[in-house]
Ligand binder design. Structure first.
Ligand SMILES: C[S@@+](CC[C@H](N)C(=O)[O-])C[C@H]1O[C@@H](n2cnc3c(N)ncnc32)[C@H](O)[C@@H]1O
Length: 767
């Protein structure tokens, strides 16, 4: 191992150690801090002081205790005192969420809990360590992508007030992007650097980067302007003459070329494209439910609660809902790749100005997020994203920070009536009738589900009325959620949520709502997804769950394992689209992730009951339809087209020429001819899809689907195939991530001469 490698290893080890410290220390201090019995104030004080001292020594303030530690402490306490039966009895006798959280708040462990802020802090020490690693990596072109990653971390850790260092580090990140030929990214960072407090001596770097980026897209006028600026600033700088000569030489090669060329139009921004891709609902919007199509209506049924019904015949492809989220959250796994505000990928991220945990795709998102929800969670984000607390915690917390304390006051009387009495429209109606999770039959009629005014997806009351299934929850489920709710209410308090109204009563009131939202979230939250198209196109696609959201209109759709719709995300919006024909009066069904063709009946029923608290009675569950591999393959079963017959007939390569039920020859033959034409255009559509042309494939697939819906009997492989192909086409219309293609430069001479690519940048930037 040479000197360079040793140094690199040492720094990397140091950094790695730093990064893993918070969790370890957090757990240790948490356990120490969690008393079996309530500790006296005097006992607690020195311990807290010691922790505070330790925390101030670290780059991250380690709040204590974590949710997991509180929960484990309570469980251990119950086990060791042998009081489980009593606690279960008492807790299960409680009727409302308010009573439940009051009970939890009285527990010794909760009373002794002292939460502190816990978030990833900025640190110049960490930032400059990352910068050192970058300096070692960047001269080697093969390490450019590592250099870029390291520089991202460096920027994230840089204290925001240090605008000189930030400017320098954005510029260095821009060089790394340029080395990787990520021209758009390099341009964004070079501009950021110029807009900050970049030392005059080094200004030429960003201008030079911008020159190459503009030349790359043949914006020759801009390139000329940037190169002139680069040369001018280079001349004024104090860098040694040898370097000046080298840099000027490489700039001149490209400068001469761009001067001789005409301009070409610059491509539009990605954001614009995303905006345009938000579709409109088919048939125009519903009067009272603006996120839904006017082709829908909403009922409350005895056995399935609120549900969505087709008011008129719906065609495959119809867009039935385009829903706005009440609130959203980014999954912890996507923190390093996606914008914390708009959920797009961010190759040139800007960090939060306060913490070193979240990224934004742009300064606009950074500002919008802070002005929106992040300011009220930034300092407790490590608590909210604690692995033990569960995904729903952050979403429930965000419901509260979206409505804000002032907003809650407006509805307080209404909320208290609703929550305390646990009377919720819809639940109230069918809870009385319904035995535990047992759906009666699919087509029971219902009464209309009405809403005073418009059912606005940004109205808090639509979230408040999401079904919670609280009467069907086990002791363990409800007990843990109640502890989570109280813990989250304390996090709210830490961030100053209650303002001057910070008192025990209000915290308990907020905790009761949090408990409601934790339950509601578990059976009503949806994913924000991204369709990931790998390097091999359609053959290598997968769906990624980037975040979670509450869509209160889409939440009015029930599940079927043979659903007639599918969902996809466009930005943070959710689109619900018909995958088959839905006749007037039939129910519109979503699928909660358990399809009849890929999950066995028993597994589906168990999973649906565990999470959503109902027993599915769809056709596939009732008749135990086989899994996909066991569907009839070569044969299509259809209904005889003769109106007086309608009996099942088989179509295969060795098909008959008349119906074997009624003997009708004429209509049968005509139908088979049409079917053969249909099958041939279906094969055409599949070819188009294979060749990455989903927009040409989709209309053919939809027409074929409508034909099958008129004639074919399920389950059959061909029908499932076309459903899947249609969903793939829809996915291309939503959030999508396509691997960066390495573009060969149209004018190779725009590339900085290879020998000079890395070295001068590195040397000169640190003069
Ligand atoms: C997203 S909500 C759907 C709307 C819900 N019915 C309501 O009243 O608000 C999910 C919940 O609806 C109920 N549900 C969904 N699909 C169902 C079905 N096929 N049969 C019975 N209940 C169902 C379950 O209580 C489930 O937890």
């Amino acid at each position: 191992m040479d000197e360079y490698e040793q140094f690199l290893k040492k720094i990397q080890e140091g950094l790695l150690q730093k990064e893993s410290e918070p969790d370890e220390v957090q757990q240790t201090t948490s356990r120490e801090n969690l008393p079996r019995q309530k500790q006296s104030q005097q006992q607690q004080q020195p311990q807290r002081e010691q922790q505070q001292h330790q925390a101030s020594q670290k780059s991250e303030v380690l709040g204590s205790p974590s949710f997991q530690a509180v929960y484990d402490g309570i469980c251990q306490g119950i086990r060791s005192s042998g009081t489980l039966d009593d606690i279960m009895k008492d807790f299960q006798a409680l009727k409302t969420d308010l009573e439940r959280v009051k009970y939890i708040a009285e527990m010794a462990e909760i009373k002794a809990m002292t939460l502190e802020e816990n978030y990833a802090k900025k640190s110049e020490e960490d930032a400059s360590n990352y910068e050192k690693v970058y300096e070692m990596l960047v001269p080697n072109e093969a390490s450019a992508s590592k250099a870029l990653e390291v520089m991202k971390k460096c920027v994230q850790k840089t204290p925001v007030a240090d605008t000189t260092n930030l400017a320098l580090r954005y510029m260095k990140r821009a060089w790394a992007s340029l080395l990787l030929e990520h021209f758009d990214d390099a341009k964004v960072d070079a501009k950021r650097s110029l807009s900050l407090n970049c030392p005059e001596d080094l200004l030429w770097n960003s201008f030079e980067i911008l020159g190459y980026c503009s030349a790359r897209i043949q914006d020759n006028k801009a390139a000329e302007h940037y190169f002139q600026n680069a040369l001018e600033n280079l001349r004024k700088s104090t860098v040694v003459n040898e370097i000046k000569a080298t840099v000027a030489g490489r700039i001149m090669i490209v400068f001469k070329t761009v001067k001789a060329k005409k301009n070409k139009k610059v491509s539009k921004e990605e954001e614009e494209r995303v905006k345009k891709r938000i579709p409109q609902v088919s048939h125009g919007p519903h009067e009272a439910f603006p996120s839904a199509s006017s082709a829908l209506d909403f009922l409350i049924t005895e056995d399935r609660g609120r549900c969505t019904i087709a008011k008129k015949d719906i065609k495959p492809g119809d867009i039935l809902m385009v829903d706005t989220p009440y609130c959203t959250m980014l999954n912890p796994e996507s923190l390093s790749t996606h914008c914390y505000h708009c959920y797009t990928r961010c190759p040139t991220p800007v960090p939060c100005t306060s913490c070193a945990k979240v990224w934004y795709c742009s300064e606009e998102c950074q500002v919008a997020s802070w002005g929106g929800l992040h300011a009220s969670e930034c300092t407790v984000l490590n608590h909210l994203m604690d692995p033990g607390i569960g995904k729903m915690a952050l979403l429930a917390y965000r419901v509260m920070t979206t409505i804000k304390w002032r907003g809650l006051q407006k509805w307080r009387r209404q909320i208290e009536n609703l929550v305390e009495a646990d009377v919720v429209e819809g639940e109230e109606f069918y809870m009385e009738e319904q035995s535990l999770g047992e759906a009666k039959h699919e087509t029971s009629p219902g009464k209309p589900f009405t809403w005073e005014g418009k059912y606005n997806p940004r109205d808090y009351r639509t979230v408040l009325r999401l079904i919670t299934n609280s009467t069907k929850r086990t002791f363990g489920d409800m007990f843990k959620r109640a502890i989570t709710a109280v813990y989250l209410a304390h996090c709210l308090r830490l961030t100053g949520y209650f303002g001057p109204d910070d008192n025990e009563d209000n915290i308990i009131f907020a905790a009761s709502l949090l408990l409601r939202h934790l339950q509601g979230g578990s059976c009503n939250a949806y994913e924000i997804s991204e369709f990931d198209v790998g390097s091999e196109g359609i053959a290598s696609t997968k769906m990624i769950e980037v975040g979670g959201a509450l869509y209160t209109t889409i939440s009015l759709t029930n599940h079927s394992c043979v659903s007639n719709t599918t969902r996809y995300s466009v930005g943070d919006k959710c689109v619900l689209r018909a995958t088959r024909s839905i006749s007037r009066g039939s129910e519109v069904f979503d699928n909660y992730g358990f399809h009849f063709y890929s999950v066995t009946v028993n597994e589906r029923q168990e999973a649906l009951f565990n999470q959503y608290k109902f027993k599915c009675m769809c056709e596939a569950c009732k008749w135990a339809w086989p899994l996909y591999p066991h569907h009839p393959a070569e044969t299509l079963i259809f209904r005889c087209p003769a109106p007086s017959c309608g009996g099942p007939c088989c179509y295969s390569s060795s098909s008959r020429s008349k119906c074997n039920m009624c003997g009708n020859q004429q209509q049968y033959t005509k139908f088979v001819q049409e079917l053969e034409l249909q099958l041939s255009s279906y094969r055409d559509a599949l070819d188009k899809l294979r060749n990455d042309d989903p927009s040409s494939a989709l209309p053919i697939l939809l027409a074929h689907q409508a034909f099958l819906d008129r004639h074919v009997v399920e389950p059959v492989k061909h029908y499932t195939d076309i459903q899947e192909a249609t969903k793939q086409c829809y996915n291309y219309l939503g959030n999508i991530h396509q691997l960066r293609q390495t573009i060969t430069l149209a004018q190779p001479q725009y590339r900085p001469p290879p020998k000079l690519k890395a070295a001068p940048r590195k040397v000169v930037m640190h003069q």
